[in-house]
Design a protein around this ligand. Sequence first.
Ligand SMILES: NC(=O)c1ccc[n+]([C@@H]2O[C@H](COP(=O)([O-])OP(=O)(O)OC[C@H]3O[C@@H](n4cnc5c(N)ncnc54)[C@H](O)[C@@H]3O)[C@@H](O)[C@H]2O)c1
Ligand SMILES: O=c1ccn([C@@H]2O[C@H](COP(=O)(O)OP(=O)(O)O[C@H]3O[C@H](CO)[C@@H](O)[C@H](O)[C@H]3O)[C@@H](O)[C@H]2O)c(=O)[nH]1
Length: 335
Amino acid sequence: MQILVTGAAGYIGSHVVKQLLEQTDYEIIIIDNLCTGFETTINTLKSLDSTNKRIKYYNQNLSEWEKVEDIFKENNIKEIIHFAASLVVPESVEQPLKYYLNNTANTANLIQIATKYGVNKFIFSSTAAVYGEPNKEDIPVSETTRTSPINPYGSSKLFSESVIKDTAFANETFKFVILRYFNVAGADVDGKIGQSTLNATHLIKVAAETALNKRAKMSIFGDDYDTQDGTCIRDYIHVCDLADAHLKALKYLDTNPSDIFNCGYGYGYSVKEVIDTMKKVSNTDFKVDIVPRRAGDPSTLISNNTKIKTKMNWTPKYNDLELICKTALDWEKNL
Ligand SMILES: NC(=O)c1ccc[n+]([C@@H]2O[C@H](COP(=O)([O-])OP(=O)(O)OC[C@H]3O[C@@H](n4cnc5c(N)ncnc54)[C@H](O)[C@@H]3O)[C@@H](O)[C@H]2O)c1
Ligand SMILES: O=c1ccn([C@@H]2O[C@H](COP(=O)(O)OP(=O)(O)O[C@H]3O[C@H](CO)[C@@H](O)[C@H](O)[C@H]3O)[C@@H](O)[C@H]2O)c(=O)[nH]1
């Protein structure tokens, strides 16, 4: 059985491939052009494959559609997990076309090839950013909450969701699970892989870097939001629990129809709470200043995760902010 994993040289994709190696028999075809991922990550994944034959890596940009099709000709791909994307919210505000091209156009193209070659399972990395700035009474947001992105990143992913849903409607052999991730953080609990992103913008990684003196200080982007302490609230999910949701999604499609699931823990922490937790687990008191709001940031995003828990039987194991911060910090020390 072959599965294509796009973007597996990156943060979340690499954690999913590790679990696929450990818990399944798939042969794993990877497409990644290393624009934000790392060859060392691919090498680590290969080193975890005791057979030495289960990973086939193509350094390929998804935008080169004909070359992507050649990869389908060379292999027998029937299942796909599609991570490859651009994902920095403020960058998407400054460079929207980069996001529509890499996230929406490349996804549409991949799906066109996938349907031509008989792919029947498509797992898609979507985002809580599709909900935009939800009304207070809609928090925690469920999958049926109105989608209304407030930045091009969220819009580019919502358009991709439409491409996927409409394709499945027109083609009954093509089934999908769309996973709307909330804020993914932490690192592999075995310490083998983690988030290596250069010039990271993600809060927990930035805080880990600051705790280790890789940055002189960090900033809180706005403390004038309508929240308890004035800073934004997010639902942080440990990357290993999120990876498990992908393996469950593949199995789910064996006996269930296509569907959309939120991936989060169902409770939120403020930016200040996250920074305090990082200070606690690192036993440091690093410098933090308050600066104006960052473009494109909603104030509060928290998931209602009832659907994934009940329908997929997904049970989080690492829903503990201290553990999330500690695994991120431990990984950062080894980088
Ligand atoms: N990190 C989060 O908090 C978060 C939250 C919600 C959704 N997501 C989604 O999860 C997915 C993975 O995110 P991540 O955090 O692992 O990011 P990442 O940047 O670490 O990984 C993305 C990978 O895709 C590759 N890639 C990007 N564009 C490509 C292209 N055109 N062709 C080939 N390879 C390409 C990159 O080189 C990288 O290895 C993305 O789709 C993202 O939108 C992430
Ligand atoms: O140095 C920093 C970094 C972040 N923040 C704040 O921390 C919160 C979280 O920011 P960040 O970690 O950058 O995540 P988001 O902007 O919430 O976006 C992430 O989470 C989304 C889902 O909720 C995903 O779709 C995106 O891909 C992913 O980058 C936001 O309020 C930021 O303003 C700071 O105050 N200082």
